[in-house]
Design a protein around this ligand. Structure first.
Ligand code: UGA
Length: 440
């Protein structure tokens, strides 16, 4: 039997990465998005976002002829054996719940066009119960004889490592209702992806829950260490040493124990909130009230970072020249969704500071969400004349700054290391007032 033909609906971080990687594995792939400009850019080999390695892989795969993009549901339905759903599920404005309009639109757009047997595999992060609802919707909308089945196959990729995580995942999760669906997924992943990768085959509910449980655990781990940072600040302890020491216990592990400005991005913050909202609807809200604390600890780190800048400047930032290094929610990404760095920059500006931001990749996105922010083209430009520097996204370029050289550019030697990523001895040794989160 010939290899299944694959379509990917939604070409954001998740969808575009999945489409390009599937083509790289030798499949015929059709990526689909309702955003015509995005489709045209992708078809021309331009990635609409920054993701290391994916840009060159996109160009290579377009050249093979195996990878194409379209805006047409009819074309997708006609082409594909397996349709992956990779659209976003952002937080609803003013609510904790996830906005399901894009997932719903994809199913409503695709199902009526289905004419031949196919498997629809949801990848987006969704409130548990969505897959069940969408399976009913497909059954209702797909023409008789289409033989379309739905399954859930959550994705665990990290931005900045999207290609690596897609091609070498820690595990594969198949939420299926039939052996046929399982077999089809096994066939798709019987590429190098599946070699040696644990496969968890389960029901719809568990498959959807695995994803939000994983992200909740990661968020909890970060907030746990940030809570320890708060206590270290009060007691005069060092949270980095503490993290190293507890991390040696294999049951705890050192990864995701970096204390600092906390988590942001388009996933962890909205996922824990949507999970709480969904658990509440299911009558299990009490089980997840701790996630409210996880969220609150995380948000307090942003306020604390602003306060550290104020403390260094004698109580106020009014009129001070503030250099903000970083706008993306983490390094190797241009994503500013719920970015802690941007939240701190915005807060300082609202409090009357003259804020100048530099991020190697996220300036344009930062300007888009916060148009009055002054973004410049280099760290040097941001730093020159500063009364205080805030290091908020730990790009390699910032970690490599020479404190002696930087000292010659600023008005005052004040630095807040929001990511505990700079060499504290080197900065203090060069005469800097160095403050960080959770370290004396
Ligand atoms: C996260 C998960 O790690 C992925 O497994 C998941 O697939 C993805 O969400 C998703 O749901 O799509 P991502 O949002 O790309 O991935 O970024 P992470 O690497 O998880 O970082 C999230 C935030 O936590 C960043 O702001 C980062 O700076 C922060 N962080 C991370 C810390 O503050 N401390 C740490 O020790 C680790």
């Amino acid at each position: 039997m010939s290899a299944p033909r694959i379509t990917v609906l939604g070409t954001g971080y998740l969808g575009a990465t999945h489409a390009v990687c599937m083509a790289a594995l030798g499949f015929e792939v059709l990526g689909m998005d309702v955003d015509k400009a995005k489709v045209e850019a992708l078809a021309a080999g331009q990635l609409p976002f920054y993701e290391p390695g994916l840009d060159t892989l996109l160009v290579e795969q377009l050249a093979t002829g195996r990878l194409r993009f379209t805006t047409s549901y009819a074309e997708v339905a006609e082409f594909g054996d397996v349709h992956f759903i990779g659209v976003g599920t952002p937080q609803k404005p003013g609510e904790n719940a996830a906005d399901m309009r894009y997932v719903d639109a994809v199913v409503d757009g695709l199902a009526p066009h289905l004419t031949r047997p196919c498997l629809i595999a949801g990848k987006s992060t969704v409130p548990v119960g969505t897959a069940e609802r969408l399976a009913d919707r497909v059954a209702e909308l797909a023409p008789a004889g289409a033989d379309a089945e739905l399954c859930w196959n959550p994705e665990f990729l990290r931005e900045g490592f999207a290609v690596e995580d897609t091609l070498h995942p820690d595990r594969l999760v198949f939420g299926v209702r039939s052996e046929k669906a399982e077999q089809t997924l096994r066939e798709v992943y019987a590429t190098p992806i599946g070699e040696g990768t644990p496969v968890v085959v389960t029901d719809f509910a568990t498959a959807q829950l695995v994803k939000v449980a994983a992200n909740s655990f990661l968020a909890t781990k970060i907030s746990f260490i940030n809570a320890m940072a708060e206590v270290c600040e009060a007691a005069g302890g060092n949270v980095v040493t503490l993290a190293d020491a507890i991390g040696y216990d294999a049951r705890i592990g050192r990864r995701f124990l970096n204390a600092g400005l906390g988590f942001g991005g388009g996933c962890l913050p909205k996922d824990i909130r949507a999970f709480m909202a969904r658990a509440g609807e299911l009558g299990a809200g009490e089980a997840l009230t701790f996630l409210q604390e996880v969220d609150a600890i995380n948000m307090r780190r942003r306020t604390r970072t602003v306060d550290l800048a104020k403390e260094l400047l004698g109580g106020t930032v009014l009129g001070a020249r503030v250099a903000v290094l970083g706008a993306a929610f983490k390094p190797d990404s241009d994503d500013v969704r719920d970015s802690p760095a941007l939240a701190v920059a915005a807060s300082l500006q609202l409090q009357g500071a003259q804020v100048v931001v530099y991020d190697p990749e996220a300036n344009a996105n930062a300007k888009r969400v916060f148009p009055t922010l002054r973004c410049v083209d280099s760290a040097t430009e941001a730093i020159t004349g500063a009364d205080v520097i805030l290091h908020l996204t730990e790009w390699k370029e910032f970690r490599e700054l020479d404190p002696v050289q930087v000292a010659t550019m600023v008005e005052q030697r004040n630095i807040v290391d929001g990511r505990n990523a700079l060499d504290v001895d080197a900065w203090r040794g060069a005469g800097w007032h160095y403050r960080s989160l959770g370290r004396p």
